[in-house]
Ligand binder design. Structure first.
Ligand SMILES: [Zn+2]
Length: 130
């Protein structure tokens, strides 16, 4: 299956932050050169977030390094923070940082849990073999 890293991380971030957001904006991927991410208010508490493939997309997951992923998560959190604070400023910056830290911490915990499940699986297998 050929899913976009941009789309995957957008919905991973949205899922992690859903309790802190009044809504999850629609996602559109664009080829814009003038922004990394952009949010538009559509009325009725609905929003659209655009992510620029031109500026953010590195192609298949194997071509992405940690810095690229950090930049993508930062962009997504920056746009999500605009739902709570429309204008740039201290509150928007603080909210972006809190969201980014929460997403990164949650991803690390999920990674550890996945490793523990593998270890647990090996232990169960060895008990059966004994
Ligand atoms: Zn902004």
């Amino acid at each position: 299956m050929n899913t976009s890293v941009l789309t995957d991380y957008y919905y991973i971030c949205a899922d992690i932050l859903k309790d802190y957001l009044p809504c999850i904006p629609k996602l559109k991927l664009t080829n814009a050169k003038g922004y990394y991410g952009q949010i538009q208010y559509d009325g009725n508490n609905e929003f659209t977030i655009r992510l620029s493939k031109w500026n953010l997309d590195c192609g298949k997951r194997k071509y992405w390094d940690d810095e690229d992923i950090d930049e993508l998560i930062d962009t997504i959190c920056h746009e999500f923070a605009h739902i709570l604070y429309w204008k740039h400023g201290t509150k928007h910056t603080d909210t972006t940082n809190q969201m980014r830290n929460f997403v990164n911490s949650t991803l690390k915990i999920l990674e550890c849990e996945a490793k523990l499940r593998i270890i647990d699986g090996f232990q169960k297998e060895s008990k059966v073999a004994i």
